[in-house]
Design a protein around this ligand. Structure first.
Ligand code: PRP
Length: 192
């Protein structure tokens, strides 16, 4: 089943694979080890941004050698088109009080930076012990606000990318690689 999905999208929807599954695995392991070392004597709360970060977060925590807590926040910035609306709002807030905690925001992609900019400001007002950002992907030359994640995995060109949690119209999140979406995959849908 999985092989046929990949064959289908590689033939039709994906233009180019930018980050292969093996490279993702190696990088997630490196990040897990680095973050574990940095927070070895601290209580760490990982905050995943729904929905895209759930795949990366799930892999990341299994590469960490220290006890961690997880919580999730859902933010909307895109709708279902391939360009950002610039509108950022909280759809689901954290479940727990995070005052006094060491918090690491875990994001799948830093694009315009509007989402993280909003979230950093929002969480900073909650009296944390520390706040840092880990974004698995950083899109080159796209940031509209100055956000520098302390941890990141890969940079990608300024193209529409999907896979490993990243979607187009809620699809492709389950691809085990990160790739560029062929124009025909979204133009056929009449989305743009
Ligand atoms: C995507 C992505 C980031 C955000 C980055 O989320 O997961 O959260 O956009 O974009 P920005 O840097 O331009 O703000 P999206 O709103 O598409 O929701 P999703 O996580 O449910 O896919």
């Amino acid at each position: 089943m999985k092989a046929s999905l990949i064959e289908q999208v590689l033939g039709n929807d994906i233009e180019e694979v930018l980050v292969a599954p093996e490279d993702i695995q190696v990088k997630v392991r490196e990040l897990g080890q680095q973050i574990s070392a940095d927070y070895i004597d601290k209580d760490l709360l990982l905050v995943g941004i729904l929905r895209g970060a759930f795949v990366f977060l799930a892999d990341l925590i299994r590469e960490m050698g220290i006890p961690v807590e997880t919580d999730f926040i859902a933010i909307s910035s895109y709708g279902s088109s391939t360009t950002t609306s610039g509108v950022v709002r909280i759809l689901k807030d954290l479940d727990d009080d995070i005052e006094g905690k060491h918090v690491l925001i875990v994001e799948d992609i830093l694009d315009t930076g509007l989402t993280l900019n909003y979230l950093v400001k929002n969480l900073s007002s909650r009296r944390l012990a520390s706040l840092e950002v880990c974004s698995f992907i950083v899109k080159e030359g796209k940031q509209r606000v100055p956000i520098k994640p302390k941890y990141f995995g890969f940079t990608v060109p300024n193209k529409f990318v999907v896979g490993y949690g990243l979607d187009y119209a809620q699809k492709y999140r389950n691809l085990p690689f990160i790739g560029t979406l062929r124009r025909s995959a979204y133009e056929d849908n009449g989305m743009l």
